[in-house]
Ligand binder design. Structure first.
Ligand code: GLY
Length: 393
């Protein structure tokens, strides 16, 4: 992990609101410099404190390519600084290549284009951005498997050998808000029908009764019959990959927001309670998998940041006597992670260290490193707590 810079308020010596105000000030300073340095590059994880452009195997199609423009739109909403808007628009133009190229696209068009084109459209009304958002929403809807009632995730498996036409994954809960948005935008209920149908399938085959989750479910793509629940990015079959858990918390809470279906709210709560209890017994820090051996200890800060955003979303949908549970847990996670992982040096690209892509990582290159979506969800959380965030989901 990178060296942490000193500074900031000491643990628990200030109120949560003072802590948020302090972090916000550091964020404004750091993001201004980072925006000028990174510009319209499409970053993922810095090397020696510097982001590179498209520095990963998926290139222009990589699922994380929307997070940098997402960070820029959030900062534009919060500060009104035109540099963020112009830079985000430049990245969005680059992402047009993936739409026209098409063949490398997958279910993660939600992450890619909600945070770039749809964010632009929501904020500025740009018609080209709306067109891009509607185009990729149609591509996502086209991945729906009618027999199995799921949206197909990937085009290729990790090993490049499996047929993955029958695979759906928990992460897709964060992509289907693209369908809720598109359906409302053009007044076509098919988009919401597909989103709801997929979310119901995830409830049935991915979420377990105790609020823990599988990462993957495999169906027979022809008949729609259940085949298997392999480990995916987690430790083993039956374990609980923490980022998958966080996608479930936030994803089901969002499906509740968009549909009003109470079953989605209850599923989000049950997944949230599972995450909260697992982090509470680990100093409010997220392990990569909540059901892996105690040693080696491996963290994934990105799971923490996503969980926090999910908890803050949940807090908006519950009564006043429940709100405290979710907001207090969110603060504890945020503050514990700030102490351990955050780097506020404006000369270093990225803020949140300690992100891990998957549990089994033989080279260690993707273990406990800064990853762009850790920063995105930190920013979203801090701006939500400041009342300055742009709703993008
Ligand atoms: N959506 C892929 C991941 O969370 O790693």
């Amino acid at each position: 992990m990178q060296e942490k810079n000193a500074g900031g308020l000491e643990k628990m010596k200030c109120s949560d609101q003072e802590w948020v105000d302090d972090v916000y000030e550091k964020l404004v300073v750091k993001m201004k410099k980072e925006c000028a340095r990174v510009g319209t590059m499409i970053p993922y994880s810095p090397r020696n404190g510097r982001y590179q452009d498209l520095d990963f195997p998926g290139g222009i199609y990589f699922w994380t390519n929307g997070f940098w423009p997402g960070m820029l739109w959030q900062m534009y909403e919060a500060t009104g600084d035109e540099a963020y808007r112009k830079t985000a628009e430049g990245v969005e133009e680059r992402l047009e290549e993936a739409i026209s190229g098409f063949e490398g696209l997958h279910h993660d068009v939600g992450f890619m284009y909600l945070l770039s084109s749809v964010a632009n459209y929501r904020k500025t009304g740009n018609r080209d951005s709306r067109r891009r958002g509607l185009h990729v929403a149609n591509l996502l809807a086209g991945r729906y498997n009618i027999a199995g009632k799921y949206i197909r995730a990937w085009n290729e498996s990790f090993n490049g050998k499996d047929d993955v036409s029958g695979w759906m994954i928990i992460d897709c809960l964060m992509n289907i808000p693209l369908l809720y948005w598109a359906g409302r935008e053009i007044n076509d209920p098919r988009f919401e029908q597909i989103a709801i149908s997929h979310a119901k399938t995830a409830q049935k085959y991915i979420v377990r009764e105790d609020g823990s989750c599988n990462h993957v479910v495999i169906f027979d793509a022809k008949t729609g019959e259940f085949v298997d629940n392999p480990a995916g990015q987690g430790y083993e079959r039956g374990s609980s990959w923490s980022r998958g858990q966080s996608w479930a918390v936030y994803g089901f809470a969002l499906s509740y927001r968009h549909t009003g279906d109470e079953s989605f709210l209850n599923t989000a709560k049950s997944c949230a309670h599972y995450c909260i209890s697992n982090m509470a017994v680990n100093d409010w820090l997220p392990l990569v998998d909540y059901r892996a051996p105690e040693k080696p200890v491996k963290y994934d800060s990105t799971a923490a940041m996503i969980t926090v955003c999910g908890l803050l979303e949940l807090a908006e949908h519950v009564g006043e006597h429940e709100k405290k549970l979710y907001t207090e847990a969110a603060f504890r996670i945020l503050r514990a992670c700030d102490e351990k992982f955050n780097n506020w040096d404006p000369e270093v690209d990225s803020i949140v260290d300690g992100g891990t892509f998957f549990y089994h990582d033989p080279t260690g290159e993707n273990t406990e490193v800064p990853i762009i979506y850790g920063d995105y969800y930190l920013i979203e959380a801090i701006l939500r707590l400041k009342g300055k965030s742009l709703f993008v989901w």
